[in-house]
Structure formats: C-alpha cells, structure tokens
Design a protein around this ligand. Structure first.
Ligand SMILES: [Zn+2]
Length: 173
C-alpha cells in the first residue's frame, strides 16, 4: 500500500468524466488499497480515483464518525444512483482536492446506489445522513463535477483563485 498525491483543483482531470472499470485486476485492487490509505491519511471520509489522476469509476469511503467503532471502509466500482429521495439535506461540504474550503450543498437526503464490489459481485444499498452526502459527492467526481459547481459563481471563482495561489506556493516550495 502507498499514499498517493491528491490532485488539487483546478486540474483538467478533475473536470473529466471517468471510464468504467472493465476488469478487476491487480492494478484495480492495488489502486483501491492505495485510495483507502490515502483517504485515511489525509484524513478524509471519501476519495474518488480521478482525484489521484486515475480516470476510473472507482471510489472509497468511510463515514463512520464514532472513533470507538471499527472502521467501515467501502470500495465501490462503477457506482450509480438508482433512486433519490425528494427530501433534501443541506450539508457543509469540503473536498480533499479543495483543501480548507467549505460550502453548503443541497442534495437528496437518501439515495439508493448500485455498484460492483472488489470481488466482482453486484451490490446495492440505501445511504442516508453523511453517507448519502458523501457517496453523491464522490460519484460527482466520477462525472467531473466538484461541490463548488453547486455554489454561486462568485464564491466558486474566489475558491478557485485561492487554490491557484495555493498551487503556485506549493510549486515554489
Ligand atoms: Zn471531493
């Protein structure tokens, strides 16, 4: 396992629709291990493959907030929302590709998601609360969409300028 670099917005790869995972091979298994390790190390509650520059429809998440509870790592290949509640939840979201910036995003409060597990099995589950927000945020990454795309243009531009400055500073360091 290895911790990989997380792309910082703006980056064209974060705006690109990712390709389906066609075969579950060693590269995909290693990628999901690396993604979990990178996510826990950050620390974060979700990570999508395009954030590591890998344009595959693969995401990992663990939204267990109770520190005393065992970790609940999940790996979702080719996930898709099959049902969304009319009820909306507003959550202040952040993103490992947009460090230290937050914004309120409205999304369906509950979603059904179907995906393929690492063992190749078809899986599905209903998510609510933070899990619902997280899984929708991560699936958005697979479609080249960021949480700031839901914010007002001025706020989005302000955040983007801050990130450009952060990247220039990192490049000089
Ligand atoms: Zn994100």
């Amino acid at each position: 396992m290895a911790i990989r670099d997380i792309l910082i917005h703006p980056d064209p790869r974060l705006k690109t629709v990712a390709d389906p995972v066609e075969a579950i091979d060693d590269a995909v298994r290693r990628l999901s291990e690396d993604m979990l390790e990178t996510m826990y190390h950050a620390p974060g509650i979700g990570l999508a493959a395009p954030q590591l520059g890998v344009m595959k429809r693969l995401l990992v998440m663990d939204c267990e907030k109770d520190e005393t509870a065992p970790p609940q790592p999940m790996v979702l290949l080719n996930p898709r929302v099959t049902w969304a509640s009319e009820e909306i939840n507003v959550y202040e979201e952040g993103c490992l590709s947009i460090p230290e910036q937050y914004g309120e995003v409205s999304r369906p409060a509950e979603v059904d998601v179907a995906w393929v597990g690492l063992d190749g099995s078809a899986q599905s589950a209903r998510f609510d609360g933070l899990w619902a927000t997280c899984v929708q945020h991560e699936i958005d990454h697979l479609d080249g969409r960021l949480f700031i795309d839901y914010l007002k243009p001025l706020r989005r531009q302000m955040i983007t300028r801050k990130m450009q400055k952060l990247k220039r500073e990192k490049a000089r360091a």
